[in-house]
Design a protein around this ligand. Structure first.
Ligand SMILES: NC(=O)C1=CN([C@@H]2O[C@H](COP(=O)(O)OP(=O)(O)OC[C@H]3O[C@@H](n4cnc5c(N)ncnc54)[C@H](OP(=O)(O)O)[C@@H]3O)[C@@H](O)[C@H]2O)C=CC1
Ligand SMILES: O=CCCC(=O)O
Length: 295
């Protein structure tokens, strides 16, 4: 029986998540080649040292690869990588696929998907749940929507980067699902930080609050993981606060468009905006605790 040729894969965006995801593709040995690109080119060096190829533009990656993945900051970064000079659109063609795993809104994803399809390429959105550690461990949860043939084709890559993938339907469904998930997360983190701040003001040990929450119906990995960071007020970024605020902003816009009231998420968004204004944008999103602190 003829062997199925290995895919040549590309990866655009080597931030906290993208570097770990691209490394897992490389380490798996399942692909004919792994080619990477990052706006700040120096970030390609560690992966090149481990065997990846590096290209100077998104178009050069797409030109050399069967499927190109992207993990970029926000809608403007995702659009720039596709529509900018030497972007994805300059090289996408029939037989090639593009999988955008960034967290963006439906309008951004749809615009990208339509442009790719116009050039004969296939498009899939694939935002993820799970942060830096799950990305390193290949344990992400992938929400996918768009071209089903491309979804089937990239199963080996999804299995390397994640522990489970969901095919949710046509383009836009995964973007919407991811925003709902992160809206819940941002609201939970906001409520948790207010509880930690009130406990402290009320003369209670925050460590005791953490333990009590951890033993009851509200126990969850996020409180257990972020509680110690909040107690030490030290927030090395796993999920940068600016990205959580972007996700709340996009979720609120979705709520507006659908006439769905979202008062809790709107209040959480204000807390994240406040923390950003106080200089915590690039710290972990647990730094929203700082928004609870008065001078
Ligand atoms: N961190 C997390 O826990 C999670 C993040 N996400 C989502 O994944 C995406 C990436 O997150 P993360 O890795 O944390 O983010 P980082 O901020 O660490 O990385 C962002 C990446 O986007 C690139 N970028 C930013 N602006 C542009 C632009 N205009 N043109 C081209 N490239 C650009 C950056 O390039 P450069 O290096 O040059 O700045 C970098 O590669 C975001 O959409 C985020 O919401 C999803 C799940 C979890
Ligand atoms: O978008 C970021 C999600 C982070 C997480 O799921 O822990």
């Amino acid at each position: 029986m003829a062997e199925i040729p290995k895919l040549r894969v590309g990866f655009l965006g080597l931030g906290i998540m993208g570097e770990a995801m691209a490394r897992n593709l490389l380490k798996s040995g399942l692909f004919a080649s792994v080619m990477v690109w990052n706006r700040t080119m120096a970030k390609c060096a560690p992966l090149v040292a481990e065997g990846a190829q590096c290209a100077e533009t998104p178009a050069a990656v797409v030109d050399s690869c069967d499927v190109t993945f992207a993990m970029l900051a926000d809608p403007s970064a995702a659009l720039e990588a596709v529509f900018g000079d030497n972007g994805v659109l300059a090289a996408i063609a029939p037989g090639k696929g593009y999988v955008d795993m960034s967290t963006v809104d439906e309008a951004t994803s749809t615009k990208i998907g339509e442009a790719i399809a116009t050039k004969g390429g296939k498009f899939l959105e694939g935002p993820v749940s799970g942060s830096k550690k799950p990305a390193i461990d290949g344990q992400l949860i992938i929400m996918a929507a768009g071209d089903k043939e491309l979804y089937d084709l990239v199963q080996s890559a999804f299995n390397v980067m994640g522990k489970k993938s969901f095919y949710l339907g046509t383009t836009g469904a995964a973007a919407r699902m991811k925003l709902v998930v992160n809206m819940v997360m941002g609201s939970m983190m906001g409520a948790f930080c207010e509880g930690m701040a009130l406990a402290d003001k009320a003369g209670l040990e925050q460590s005791a609050l953490l333990e009590i929450l951890g033993l009851g119906a509200m126990a969850n990995p996020m409180f257990a993981l972020k509680g110690p960071a909040i107690m030490s007020r030290n927030y090395p970024p796993a999920f940068p606060l600016k990205h959580q605020q972007k996700d709340l902003r996009l979720a609120l816009a979705l709520g507006d468009a659908l006439n769905q009231p979202l008062p809790v998420a709107a209040a959480a968004n204000e807390a994240f905006k406040n923390a950003k204004a106080k200089g915590h944008a690039d710290e972990d999103f647990a730094a929203v605790y700082e928004a609870t602190q008065q001078k």
